[in-house]
Design a protein around this ligand. Structure first.
Ligand code: HEC
Ligand SMILES: [Cu+2]
Length: 484
């Protein structure tokens, strides 16, 4: 009786297994990507950051053709700062590639004839020597092709691996490829592509002009810029990424390095889910996730409260002094049941109450010869130094950073504004009838730069106009710091 029972059981198991392998249902447990039948072929749709191609809806695995062109060109790194970027697809980071587990990816790497150097590609999603690098060494004016089966679902970095590898990566040659699991990722409302990386330039942060790559700084890991999506402010103001209150947002976060690990954080959000290291496991309720150089993570969260959420590398000097800031703007109705008041306060003043001085750093700045020039140079200083707190339109942040737009505090006595910049400012002040009691750190700017930036503010944002000279700044600098 026992024997018969066992026999029957085994026969049933064998039948069930055979059915599953034959594949009456694309069941996840039995899906074998290497054996998935390839049906037809398709051109992959690639996207520029911060956009992500739509989820894959196909029934079958397919031959997916990816065309990626390397383009070397000058691009904006910060306001007034250009850099010769080497790009995958014309952008830094390179175009986002979305494939599905089981697909046979036919990869075409094209090196534009105007380029100066050979390049290749190492996709971390590839099982095979060099992740494809060995098969894709491509001289200018040539195209190479290789194919790989997408075996491991996850989010992967790709990068150039041509010697000197560090230099090719430092010049912008990285991006993300998503291998969607066969059964797909859970549906969300918004998906964005965010990739951190550093730049090493001969001039310091903000120094104008076309900046060459600095190999010594790169070896020392002494980055001048740490940025999201290839430039300071690439996702701020009118380029901010957006969501509606209540949206489930998924960020595909990568780190191209070449050297630094990102402490990726969104100020005022908690990641409900993190596919840490871009893999299959999910951690829940995470504040900051580590994204190593050459690594990635998928983070998901629901936007409960409207407002601006700032993406940072929480190695915080990188955020406020090297450019690692981006904005997610969430629109919708307030919900006091979840949140009221004091937004952003803790992070903009992480070191507490004392006035701090920024380290001395020399930079070459041009001398303004007209008021117009002063305003123009001042705009650049404002956008690189002041906007982090006072916002691009001068509106400030309620309860934390006073507006410099239509500011009575400023218009009544520009010397007070100069003093705030050269000495720092703390203690209670009243701006347009609102009380602020924060700390503005002393800014390490030359008299010329301060004159420029205050003149810029006076002549913008609905203020009353006027010009501040470097001599006036020097006079205020000699006075005591005002602690109102
Ligand atoms: C780290 C954040 C931060 C940065 C960067 C910053 N400020 Fe401020 N600023 C503040 C805070 C906070 C106050 C209010 C201080 C207080 O409450 O005493 C303030 C006050 C001011 C005021 C006086 C009040 C008003 O709104 O008119 C002016 C003018 C001003 N800042 C200009 C600037 C300029 C120009 C820059 C750039 C060169 C700059 N700030 C950079 C935080 C900042
Ligand atoms: Cu390259």
């Amino acid at each position: 009786m026992n024997l018969i029972e066992i026999l029957v059981k085994n026969i049933i198991i064998v039948i069930v297994c055979t059915l599953a392998v034959v594949g009456c249902l694309p069941k996840q447990d039995n899906f074998q990507p290497e054996n998935a039948e390839i049906v037809g072929e398709q051109q992959a749709k690639l996207t520029l950051p911060p956009e992500v191609p739509p989820p894959i809806e196909r029934e079958d695995a397919t031959k997916l053709i990816v065309d990626l062109e390397v383009v070397e060109k000058e691009m904006r790194l910060a306001d007034g700062v250009e850099y010769t970027m080497w790009t995958f697809g014309g952008s830094v980071p390179g175009k986002f590639i979305r494939v599905r587990e089981g697909d046979m990816v036919e990869f075409h790497l094209k090196n534009h004839p105007d380029n100066k150097l050979p390049h290749n590609i190492d996709l971390h999603a590839v099982n095979g020597p060099g992740g494809g690098a060995e098969s894709t060494f491509t001289a200018p004016g040539r195209e190479t092709v290789f194919s790989f089966r997408a075996l491991n679902p996850g989010l992967y970095v790709y990068h150039c691996a041509t010697a000197p590898v560090g230099m090719h990566i430092a010049n912008g040659m990285y991006g993300l490829i998503l291998v969607e699991p066969w059964e797909g990722l859970p549906e969300v409302d918004k998906e964005y592509y965010v990739m951190q990386s550093e730049f090493y330039t001969e001039g310091g942060y903000g120094e104008r002009g076309l900046q060459p790559f600095d190999m010594d700084k790169a070896i020392e890991e002494d980055a001048d810029y740490v940025v999201f999506n290839g430039a300071v402010g690439s996702m701020m103001n009118k380029n901010a990424i957006t969501a509606q209150k209540g949206d489930n947002v998924r960020l595909f976060v990568g780190n191209g390095g070449p050297n630094l690990t990102s402490s990726f954080h969104v100020i005022g959000e908690i990641f409900d889910k993190v596919h840490y290291e871009g893999g299959s496991r999910v951690q829940e309720n995470v504040q900051t996730t580590s994204v190593p150089a050459g690594g990635a993570a998928m983070v998901e969260f629901i936007t409960e409260v409207p407002g601006n959420y700032i993406l940072v590398d929480h190695a915080i000097f990188r955020a406020f002094n090297k450019g690692a800031l981006a904005t997610l703007a969430v629109s919708g109705e307030e919900d006091e049941n979840i949140y009221t008041g004091q937004q952003l306060d803790r992070v903009y003043q992480p070191e507490g109450g004392a006035i701090q001085e920024l380290p001395q750093e020399k930079r070459a700045i041009p001398t303004a010869s007209t008021t117009e020039e002063r305003i123009e140079f001042g705009r650049e200083t404002y956008m690189s130094v002041c906007q982090a707190c006072h916002m691009a339109d001068g509106s400030g942040i309620e309860g934390a950073f006073p507006p410099v737009a239509e500011s009575d505090y400023l218009n009544e006595d520009p010397d007070r504004a100069i003093s705030a910049v050269v000495h720092g400012l703390q203690g209670e002040i009243t701006v347009n009838g609102e009380t602020y009691n924060g700390v503005m750190p002393r800014q390490n700017l030359t008299n010329e730069e301060v004159a420029n930036v205050i003149t810029f503010i006076l002549n913008n944002f609905g203020n009353e106009g006027g010009e501040v000279t470097p001599e006036q700044v020097e006079r205020v600098r000699q006075q005591e710091a005002s602690t109102s």
